[in-house]
Ligand binder design. Structure first.
Ligand SMILES: NC(=O)c1ccc[n+]([C@@H]2O[C@H](COP(=O)([O-])OP(=O)(O)OC[C@H]3O[C@@H](n4cnc5c(N)ncnc54)[C@H](O)[C@@H]3O)[C@@H](O)[C@H]2O)c1
Length: 399
């Protein structure tokens, strides 16, 4: 069966944080795109012109590509059959045993194989464990399909995809020359900066990228805790060592390092090493230990059981509405047992516990910055203590 080309591109997982901006940008460049997603609510929202999450320039672009009839969302998997190029960008989480959830991923791929057609290009865009591209290609062959399978990892920073898709080079990898030619052609609508690797090399490249960032954040967090435990303000030292000294200028500040990618991709790499990735596991202990460290330090200074603690910012990073794996929630969880009451606020997140920022400030004895949102810059705290491990307010971070 040959694909009838009703669409140039079908994105599986097309209403998610990676799939949706990618689909909208491909549509802006004139391709006919359908975003297939099992989340029906999300599909409806997208088709009605509303973004399911915060994305710089997202609402405008969505309205434009919907109006031009270049883009549509669907929960019908048969749209795969009528598309020339399929981009697969479903989540690739780790399980509760902190191991990549392969069975679910392969089951999803297998479920869609009956909709594939000879001659299609299948682009894996999710961050995958090394060897997965080859395995998916094998699955297509065993299903009797003649499909070009390629891996082209997404490297945008969440929320900034619409700009970064045009700015970042694409790492492209394929199992055949025709696959390479086709994936380059598909992504050439954004720019012509390509780096070619083998699929295994590209799979490593993406995991190394995220793990590198995770470890860098862990170094800063560990330094912060070492300095702070010696009753020194880390930022006084940080400013000194980064001042006009190029070799350390790019050292990150301390802060919660979490979210849907860095943690689980470090664990994907750890799984590959048979759990001998000491640096990765150490980074995990450091980054995941930071909320607990803050609470322990507060306990040394006061009877926390008598205090109301307010957390400002619950998303996993600044100016984001994404709370997946956010350490602010881990902090909330720890505080729930360790203080009198814990209150939370965030301008971008809706959950049953979120309160207006003014109420949290008014009712709390101690405030902890959970995410340094730009809108928090001008808040007045009426002399109340604010724990600020980012040094967002420029007053140091000594606890
Ligand atoms: N979020 C990022 O900034 C980022 C950046 C680079 C790479 N990645 C990688 O991209 C992948 C997707 O991440 P995300 O943040 O977009 O996840 P997401 O959860 O926001 O999006 C995934 C989408 O896939 C849909 N989905 C799940 N199972 C499906 C199925 N069987 N069929 C069809 N649709 C299905 C979900 O409903 C969701 O809308 C992951 O591998 C992630 O590591 C993410």
């Amino acid at each position: 069966m040959k694909a009838e080309s009703k669409y140039d591109v079908c994105i599986i997982g097309g209403c998610g944080h990676v799939g949706l901006p990618l689909g909208m940008c491909l549509a802006r460049e004139g391709l006919r795109v359908t975003a297939f997603d099992i989340n029906k609510q999300q599909v409806e929202l997208v088709n009605s012109g509303r973004m399911p999450f915060k994305e710089e320039g997202g609402e405008e672009l969505l309205s434009k590509v919907l109006a031009e009839k270049k883009f549509t969302a669907t929960s019908d998997p048969s749209m795969i059959s009528v598309s020339m190029n399929i981009i697969l960008v479903m989540g690739t989480p780790v399980t509760s045993h902190l191991y990549p959830a392969y069975p679910e991923f392969f089951a999803s791929v297998r479920q869609y194989l009956p909709f594939f057609c000879d001659g299609q290009l299948l682009v894996l865009r999710s961050t995958v464990y090394p060897g997965v591209t080859e395995k998916v290609a094998q699955m297509t062959r065993e299903h009797g399909l003649d499909v070009d399978v390629v891996f082209c990892p997404e490297r945008i920073s969440q929320g900034e995809a619409i700009r970064e898709l045009y700015e970042l080079p694409q790492i492209v990898s394929a199992l055949s020359p025709s696959g390479m030619k086709r994936v380059r052609q598909l992504f050439s609508v954004f720019n012509d900066d390509f780096v070619e690797l083998s699929p295994m090399e590209a799979e490593f490249a993406k995991l190394f990228t995220n793990t590198w960032r995770y470890i860098r954040f862990a170094v800063a967090n560990q330094f912060y805790m070492i300095a702070n435990s010696s009753d020194l303000d880390f930022y006084k030292i940080y400013e000194a060592i980064t001042h006009n000294y190029p070799r350390i200028k790019d050292m990150p500040k301390a802060g919660f390092a979490a979210g849907p990618c860095l943690f689980k991709d470090t664990l994907q790499l750890a799984a590959l090493t048979g759990n001998t990735f000491f640096l990765g596991h150490s980074a995990l202990l450091v980054n995941e230990g930071l909320p607990d460290y803050i609470v322990q330090r507060l306990k040394l200074r006061c009877n926390l059981q008598e205090k109301v603690v307010g957390i400002l910012g619950m998303s996993f990073k600044r100016d984001s509405d994404d709370h997946r794996e956010s350490l602010a929630y881990k902090l909330k969880n720890i505080l729930a047992k360790d203080c009198r009451e814990v209150l939370t606020s965030d301008p971008f997140i809706r959950d049953n516990d979120i309160l207006p920022v003014s109420e949290v400030i008014a009712r709390s004895d101690i405030l902890i910055l959970g995410a340094p949102h730009t809108v928090y810059a001008d808040l007045e705290f009426g002399g109340k203590e604010v724990i600020d491990i980012w040094d967002f307010y420029g007053k140091g971070a000594l606890i």
